[in-house]
Design a protein around this ligand. Structure first.
Ligand SMILES: *[C@@H]1O[C@H](CO)[C@@H](O)[C@H](O)[C@H]1NC(C)=O
Length: 354
């Protein structure tokens, strides 16, 4: 592993220099986002604040080639070079990205990492007009394009109104088999083969979506560079679509192994949960995560601040993990017993959660 890190550092400098001579392939990833009622709006019905999030990048063939060679030492089969390409691509900074189809021009510049993170407001009337006629769940589609380039993508924004119910779910080892407790397994399950779903999870999520007219938000420590592959996974395995709240990897994060293994995602996840709770009035939330990282700690903390808004907490663990059960009982000591539960497979989860 140690040699791998050294290779990456050298590679970074060499490849940036050589890369300029190779054909550059650019692209735009839009990560589904959310919209909340604008808290400063005095109108009735109130205006909306919509968030757009994405990443404008350029592939780096050399860096990608070298990372692929290093990964081959660990991931011996089915290494997906497209995932490596996205992971080693470089963000394009200070570029105007513009949302189309609005009554006024709406452009924002990418930040130093090539990320787009901007908010804009629309009246309720504009929002309703934007909803597709076949839309029953409050999803808006927006086209975002790179200024002066023929690059555009369609992004989704999910309306998160004051009433209703949202299921907020972790991804790795909650709905997708990742094996986060092992570095090797994480790399193999991240960079090779098809992403594999935890048994029965897509079915129960679909059921809850229909039963409760619920929206879904996926909260994950994975980097947004991998969003296109997660999307393929959601669609292939039948998970409801929803907003995604991800981290972003840059090579300044030292190396990608520590990025995957670090617990710095705790603050980011907490911040996202608070964003949902603070921007809605009576909406209720069901939180789903796993015992393998810090989800129980994050969720216990959020519960203590918003007990009335958290309808249920479900934590994935192995049924025979008694130590884990004890850890949860201690952590969730102040949470009424009927408000939390554990599961190993989708079939272990109750169909009625309210
Ligand atoms: C379902 O939720 C959407 C918004 O999330 C709302 O517009 C719609 O009216 C709801 N449908 C029902 C049947 O409650």
């Amino acid at each position: 592993m140690r040699q791998m890190y050294c290779v990456f550092v050298v590679v970074l400098f060499v490849s940036t220099a050589i890369n300029a001579f190779l054909t550059d392939k650019q692209g735009l990833i839009l990560v589904p986002s959310v919209a909340f009622r604008d808290r400063s709006s005095t109108k009735s019905p109130a205006d909306w604040t919509l968030y757009n999030q994405g990443w404008y990048y350029e592939e780096n063939p050399i860096q990608s080639f070298l990372m692929e060679k290093s990964l081959e030492l660990v991931v011996r089969q089915d290494l997906d070079s497209n995932r490596v390409k996205m992971f080693t691509a470089e963000g394009k900074d200070k570029t105007d990205l513009c949302i189309g189809g609005l009554s006024r021009p709406m452009c924002a510049k990418t930040d130093k990492d090539g990320r787009l993170k901007n908010a804009f407001t629309m009246t309720d009337q504009e929002v309703q007009a934007f909803r597709r006629s076949d839309d029953s769940r409050g999803k808006l589609l927006f086209e975002t394009s790179v200024a002066n380039k023929n690059i555009k993508e369609t992004g989704e924004i999910f309306l998160c109104d004051d009433e209703g119910i949202t299921f907020i779910s972790d991804i790795d080892d909650t709905i997708k088999v990742t094996g986060v407790t092992s570095t090797t397994q994480t790399l193999i399950n991240t960079f090779s083969g098809n992403f594999k779903a935890v048994d029965g999870m897509a079915e129960i999520y679909q059921y809850w979506q229909d039963q409760y007219n619920a929206t879904f938000a996926y909260l994950t420590a994975s980097p947004d560079q991998l969003y296109p592959f997660l999307r393929e996974f959601f669609d292939r395995t039948g998970f409801p679509s929803g907003s995604a709240h991800m981290r972003h990897f840059t090579w300044l994060d030292v190396n990608f192994i520590t990025f995957f293994m670090s617990s710095s995602y705790m603050a980011k996840k907490t911040e996202t949960l608070k964003m949902f709770l603070q921007n809605t009035r009576n909406r209720r939330f069901v939180l789903l995560g796993d015992i393998f990282q810090k989800d129980p700690d994050i969720y216990a903390n959020i519960y203590s601040q918003y007990p009335d808004r958290i309808a249920k907490i479900f934590i994935r663990k192995y049924a025979d993990d008694n130590e884990g059960q004890e850890r949860l009982e201690a952590l969730f000591n102040d949470i009424p017993r009927e408000k939390w539960g554990t599961f190993e497979k989708g079939a272990d989860l109750p169909r009625n959660v309210l």
